[in-house]
Design a protein. Structure first.
Length: 208
C-alpha cells in the first residue's frame, strides 16, 4: 500500500502535468476557465467538508495559496459599489485620486481594509471576492470581464478605460498560473502536516 508521501508525490505530478497541458490551448478565455477550475478543485482537496464553495475557494487562496494581496480593497470597484454612500465615497475618492491616470496600476496600490472606514460591504470588493466573481464569470458565462491584457504581468492590475473614465481590473493568465503553482505547493505541505490524502473525499467504488 502506498505511503502518504507516495500519494502526495503522485498527486503533485498529476496536477503539474495538467497545468502544463493548458498552455498550448489557443483560446485565452478557455485557458483561464481551466486555471480557475483547477484552483476550485484544489480547494476541495484541502477542505472537502466545506459545503459553501465560495468560502472554500477564498479560504484556500488566502491561507494555502498565500495570496498576500487577497484582502486588499479594490478602490475602483469600491468607488462603484459605494456610489450612494457619501461617507464611503469621499474616503475612497481621497485615495483613488492619488493614482496617475493613464498608467497601469498594480493592485498593490489598493489599501488594506484598515485604511478605509469600517463597513461590512468592503468584503464585497476585496480582491478575494473579486477573484471568486471572476471565477464565476469565466466558468458560467465564458466571459473574461477583465478584457485585454497588456504584457505578461504576474499580478492583477488596472488600466484606464478612456470610454468610461474608469479603471478596469485585469486578471492576467500568468497570475492564475502562478497562483495554482503556489497553491499546489501549499496544499502538499498542508496535507503532509495533517496526514490528509487530497483525493480521499472522492471515495472509491461508490461515486455518490
Amino acid at each position: 500500500m502506498p505511503s502518504l508521501d507516495d500519494m502526495l508525490d503522485a498527486f503533485q505530478r498529476q496536477v503539474k502535468v495538467l497545468v502544463d497541458e493548458v498552455q498550448p490551448v489557443r483560446n485565452g478565455v478557455f485557458r483561464k476557465v481551466l486555471y480557475v477550475s483547477m484552483l476550485d478543485a484544489l480547494s476541495a482537496c484541502a477542505y472537502p467538508h466545506e459545503k459553501k464553495s465560495w468560502r472554500r475557494f477564498q479560504t484556500f487562496v488566502l491561507n494555502i495559496g498565500k495570496w498576500t494581496d487577497g484582502e486588499r480593497i479594490s478602490l475602483p470597484q469600491a468607488a462603484l459599489f459605494f456610489q450612494g454612500d457619501p461617507r464611503m465615497s469621499n474616503a475612497i475618492a481621497t485615495l483613488l485620486n492619488q493614482w496617475s491616470w493613464g498608467q497601469p496600476q498594480s493592485i498593490t496600490s489598493d489599501p488594506d481594509p484598515t485604511q478605509l472606514p469600517t463597513h461590512p460591504g468592503l468584503l464585497r470588493v476585496q480582491h478575494l471576492n473579486l477573484l471568486w466573481q471572476f471565477r464565476n464569470s469565466v466558468l458560467h458565462a465564458f466571459e473574461d470581464r477583465s478584457g485585454f491584457e497588456f504584457g505578461d504581468r504576474a499580478e492583477p492590475y488596472y488600466t484606464g478605460d478612456a470610454s468610461t473614465h474608469t479603471w478596469r481590473l485585469i486578471i492576467p493568465e500568468q497570475f492564475l498560473r502562478s497562483l495554482i503553482s503556489d497553491s499546489l505547493s501549499g496544499l502538499i505541505t498542508f496535507c503532509r502536516q495533517n496526514g490528509q490524502d487530497p483525493q480521499a473525499h472522492l471515495g472509491k467504488e461508490l461515486w455518490v
